[in-house]
Design a protein around this ligand. Structure first.
Ligand SMILES: [Zn+2]
Length: 149
């Protein structure tokens, strides 16, 4: 049994004392999936991390898959919500990212890789990296010094 809390944790594939102790408590309860707060949990990717994102260049049916530079905006279990800026150049330099909608994609950790770049602050309201600013007209942008950028 693997607990939901373990997805995305760097210790997921290893023996884990915290998980074993927790499982021992559950014996006999017939539980197959459970979410709990684990003090040992450490995710491979965290909010603000620069990453290479393996995804499609656009929503076209024949779109090519490539790695694009992104920033982790939120972590959800073993997946991350990443932001890729419009027209971002792929790692192989063959494609430009065609942002569909707002540029956010939900990507499993397995399709992310560390990217050598400074960490970024992420806006807690619109989830955009500091280097990009805020969503135009969004209240978080207006609050910071009058007028949307
Ligand atoms: Zn914002």
């Amino acid at each position: 049994m693997i607990t939901r809390t373990c997805y995305g944790c760097i210790h997921q594939a290893e023996p884990c004392v915290a998980r074993d102790a927790f499982k021992a408590h559950l014996i006999g309860l017939r539980i197959t999936s459970v979410k709990w707060k684990c003090l040992q949990r450490k995710t491979k990717f965290n909010v603000g991390d620069p990453v290479w994102v393996e995804t499609y260049e656009s929503y076209d049916r024949d779109a090519e898959r490539a790695e694009f530079p992104g920033t982790v905006a939120r972590v959800m279990g073993g997946k991350a919500l990443v932001y890729i800026r419009p027209e971002a150049r792929s790692r192989c330099e063959d494609y430009n990212f065609e942002a569909s909608g707002n540029g956010f994609c939900k990507i499993p950790f397995a399709r992310l890789e560390d990217r050598d770049a400074p960490r970024e602050d992420i806006c807690r309201y619109c989830c955009l990296p500091a280097s990009f600013g805020h969503v135009e007209g969004y209240s978080c942008a207006i609050a910071k010094g009058g007028g949307a950028r």
